[in-house]
Design a protein around this ligand. Structure first.
Ligand SMILES: [Zn+2]
Length: 465
């Protein structure tokens, strides 16, 4: 083939062609090597932003198509060359995509949150790629949890002992592991196993003895993370006594209500919510006698997340809380805000306010952020299902109805202001500041009116149970 082409050229033409080719190759090497910054960052990933995207064998539009990927799917970027990203399509396959057809997914601002994935079903298939049609490389069972690597929408990527793989998002439970401020604790059991992951099914990597003091760096559903001999390990918190002692106000409030009321000098006397339940359980339109603590998330040096437009979460939570407060006050409630201006209030102080004021409901207001721009919706969290579940779901249902945001459900989350609260409490994530459409909605004053109406209606429903 080559000879066939070459034989048509004269010697001088051929020499020129060779020189030109050598020059072109040198230029190409310079261009690839120095002209473009190569992203060595292994954490960069991209999400497909068109319905179908061709994956090509090399970084040019004329290169052959080796695969097709789909909107919303997320892939890790191996390197970048000009306008092209080389991505890891499956464990075996890499390919090039035009980077004007994908969105780079920034790392989440909530870097202190990790997610673990547990299957809801036996024998859940693990796929090689973010695609139900990709090969199955194994199966997982509900007995074990795995760290989540990426949220790809319909599938999530996990790390199993053997490999990275993708499982159906709707068939797994996902739990957020919250890094906490280091807390000291003392071992109470004669021997306490340190495990690889939070759960009794995981391997034991070390043991602690009664009386040993350790520092917890993260917590997940009753398990605490510690560092031991340079490795991360997990211990059951039920055998620990924490040193900054947990609030014991629940008990105090039940056993010595009189003394508690006396402590509150300037406040009007409070009564427990049960005393105010309407005798016939009929709904009224008044919140008279109820103490509601509203907690505008973040503040001061803590901005929370930042929207695409550059608005800080701390500003939106305060504006929202003010609207909600006005609505609830008008309905007769005694409303307390954990902050009324742009100041930093430690989480501990926020829960103390809830305790001291014997909140009938503690409501923490937040706005959410995801590295995946398509993620949207409203979500409520509780820590203690029996104490907080009814409040969380009453507010959740009313807010979904009033605001019309997508429903991300209500569920357990190990969040400080809930975990360390003695009062019925919920934390509401009022939509995603990382989603273009939702951001525009939630930054509008009309939205805050709807939130106020939703919380008011939700509280009426809750107290009228
Ligand atoms: Zn927040």
């Amino acid at each position: 083939m080559q000879n066939l082409i070459l034989k048509n050229y004269s010697t001088s033409q051929l020499q020129w062609l060779i020189r030109f080719s050598v020059l072109a190759i040198i230029l190409l090497i310079l261009f690839l090597g120095f002209g473009h910054k190569t992203h060595a960052n292994e954490n960069t990933s991209v999400t497909v932003s068109v319905p179908t995207l061709n994956v090509r064998a090399s970084a040019e539009i004329s290169a052959s198509v080796i695969d097709k990927i789909h909107e919303g799917e997320t892939y890790t970027v191996i390197k970048t060359s000009g306008d092209w990203d080389q991505i890891q399509v499956t464990n075996q396959e890499t390919g090039w995509v035009a980077n004007w057809l994908v969105k780079e997914t920034k790392a989440s601002t909530d870097t202190n949150e990790k997610v673990t994935v547990t299957s809801k079903v036996k024998g859940l298939n693990v796929h090689t790629a973010n695609d139900f049609n990709s090969n199955v490389i194994g199966q997982i069972n509900p007995s074990k949890s795995y760290p989540q690597l990426q949220d790809g929408g319909k599938l999530v990527q996990i790390q199993t002992q053997q490999a990275k793989g993708w499982v159906a998002a709707h068939l797994v439970n996902r739990q957020t592991v919250q890094d906490t401020k280091p807390t000291k604790a003392t071992v109470q059991a004669p021997i306490l196993n340190v495990r690889e992951q939070p759960g009794i099914s995981y391997g034991v990597i070390a043991q602690l003895k009664s009386g040993e003091t350790i520092t917890l760096t993260a917590e997940s559903n009753g398990w605490g993370q510690i560092n031991i001999e340079g490795k991360e390990g997990w211990i059951s918190e039920q055998y620990l006594s924490k040193q900054p002692s947990q609030p014991t106000v629940t008990k105090a409030a039940q056993t010595s209500k009189a003394s508690k009321v006396a402590v509150q000098k300037n406040e009007k006397p409070k009564t427990k919510s049960n005393d105010h339940k309407t005798p016939d359980h009929q709904q009224t339109n008044t919140l008279s006698g109820k103490t509601i603590v509203l907690d505008p998330g973040h503040g001061g040096k803590d901005n929370g997340t930042t929207s695409i437009n550059g608005v800080h979460e701390k500003q939106l939570t305060l504006e929202t809380a003010n609207k909600v407060a006005a609505k609830l006050k008008a309905a007769g409630a005694h409303v307390i805000l954990t902050r009324t201006n742009d100041t930093y209030i430690p989480l501990q102080k926020r829960t103390e306010i809830s305790h001291e004021d014997h909140a009938d409901a503690f409501i923490s207001l937040h706005y959410n952020y995801s590295q995946y721009p398509y993620v949207k919706g409203l979500q409520n969290f509780y820590y203690n299902q029996s104490r907080d579940g009814a409040l969380a779901s009453a507010l959740h249902d009313a807010l979904i109805k009033e605001t019309g945001l997508s429903d991300r459900g209500d569920g357990y989350n190990n969040l400080y202001v809930l975990r360390n609260n003695s009062q019925p409490s919920t934390l509401i994530e009022l939509g995603f500041l990382s989603n273009k459409t939702e951001e525009t909605v939630v930054e509008n004053d009309t939205f805050r009116e709807k939130v106020a109406q939703g919380i008011y209606q939700g509280l009426l429903n809750y107290f009228s149970r």
